[in-house]
Design a protein around this ligand. Structure first.
Ligand SMILES: NC(=O)c1ccc[n+]([C@@H]2O[C@H](COP(=O)([O-])OP(=O)(O)OC[C@H]3O[C@@H](n4cnc5c(N)ncnc54)[C@H](OP(=O)(O)O)[C@@H]3O)[C@@H](O)[C@H]2O)c1
Length: 354
């Protein structure tokens, strides 16, 4: 039996990805699609401005949109909710759902820094799921990172064992990361906007937290200094990042190449429906990764778009530098949340099947 689930913010950029990726999912079955009062009461197909290249899945065509009523969602039979709500709306709704016994897998920033809420990128920090035991509600809240941070920590995963202490990142972020309608076309066409509100602060804080260690039910941040500069570029999907990583004793190029090539998902994550075949795909092509060509790596079906692509690897002085690409609406958003829920189900935290 599949677990019934709700999608909150189902009509938005990320919500649509949830609707698509959960079509035929082996473990989760969407039965509630919730959005704002503007959409409530309409059929999904009437309310949504569908942006994906596939058609609206047939299961969603038949579901009427509900408003955001935690009591109604909890009594609908939904055991979990995937949240793609704006952060200011998500906070109280997610808290109330957890209080009513619904597990929330959220893309929103509202709870990411709560002490007992993990920011989970399973390949990098699956043990952090354990800190949910500190949440005093029957349902639990699990978040995924900001879309640019998710790509960054995947790319840093293979380098952790070399003990880096500085990370400098500059991003080239796709417009889909700003939601719909997002950035005005007149601001972004033929242009680059070197400001994404609160993005740099989030990248710094979330990266240090995700790479940190879980001790005594809390997270101790990774000590590395992280500096982020974030820009919006006229690309539809896929965040590119230029990353420089500083080490007290830098590994040489061949060691780094081997570390990237050998990097695998941990046993706890391997084989999950949305877990990429390899979390990081290394390319040695001189002009890759590119959003147009490398945003869909990771495998077939729900794994497509779940791997980060790393290229242009170079070592100079105490620094390694590379470009990294990750799919912001899949790996950085809906696909990441679904992988988190699959992990929670596999390890028994989600309470098994209905
Ligand atoms: N886009 C990305 O790549 C990305 C990546 C990672 C995380 N995130 C995060 O994911 C969340 C959603 O982002 P998005 O890009 O999908 O935004 P979006 O396209 O603007 O969609 C927002 C969704 O929330 C609903 N909503 C808005 N106000 C509401 C309200 N007051 N009550 C109930 N529902 C409301 C909208 O419903 P209506 O259609 O009815 O207005 C829509 O379904 C945000 O927290 C964002 O920061 C986004």
């Amino acid at each position: 039996m599949k677990l019934e689930c709700a999608i909150l913010g189902a009509t938005g950029t990320v919500g649509q990805r949830f609707v698509q990726l959960l079509d035929g999912h082996p473990d989760f079955e969407p039965t509630v699609l919730a959005a704002s009062e503007r959409s409530a009461g309409k059929l999904y197909t009437e309310a949504v401005k569908w942006l994906l290249p596939c058609s609206v899945p047939s299961y969603a065509e038949k579901i009427g949109i509900s408003g955001l009523d935690p009591a109604a969602i909890a009594s609908s039979g939904a055991r979990l909710a995937f949240s793609a709500l704006p952060a200011n709306v998500a906070g109280p709704v997610e808290t109330e759902l957890a209080r009513r016994g619904v597990w929330v897998f959220s893309n929103a920033a509202a709870h990411r820094m709560d002490p007992h809420v993990p920011i989970l990128v399973p390949e990098v920090n699956h043990p952090h799921l354990g800190i949910i035991s500190g949440q005093r509600t029957p349902g639990k809240i699990v978040t995924n990172a900001n879309c640019s941070t998710t790509g960054l920590v995947l790319g840093l995963g293979p380098l952790r064992r070399f003990g880096f202490d500085r990370v400098v990142v500059a991003t080239y972020q796709a417009v889909s990361g700003a939601g719909y309608p997002g950035v005005a076309s007149i601001d972004i066409l033929g242009n680059v906007v070197p400001h994404i509100p609160r993005e740099e602060e989030k990248m710094v804080a979330e990266t240090r937290r995700i790479l940190g260690s879980a001790k005594g039910g809390l997270i101790a941040d990774h000590p590395a200094e992280v500096i982020a500069s974030c820009a919006r570029v006229p690309v539809d999907n896929g965040h590119l990042e230029a990353v420089a990583v500083g080490f007290p004793e830098a590994p040489d190029y061949d060691e780094l190449l081997r570390a990237f090539a050998a990097y695998e998902s941990p046993r706890e994550v391997r084989g999950l429906c949305s877990a990429p075949d390899k979390p990081v795909v290394l390319t040695t092509a001189p002009d890759r990764p590119q959003p147009k060509r490398d945003a869909w790596l990771g495998g077939e079906g729900n794994r497509a778009g779940m791997a980060a692509c790393v290229g242009r690897l170079q070592v100079s002085g105490g620094w390694a530098k590379f470009y990294l690409l990750s799919n912001n609406t899949v790996r950085g958003a809906a696909g990441g949340s679904i992988l988190n829920a699959e992990l929670a189900l596999r390890n028994g935290s989600l309470g098994g099947r209905a």
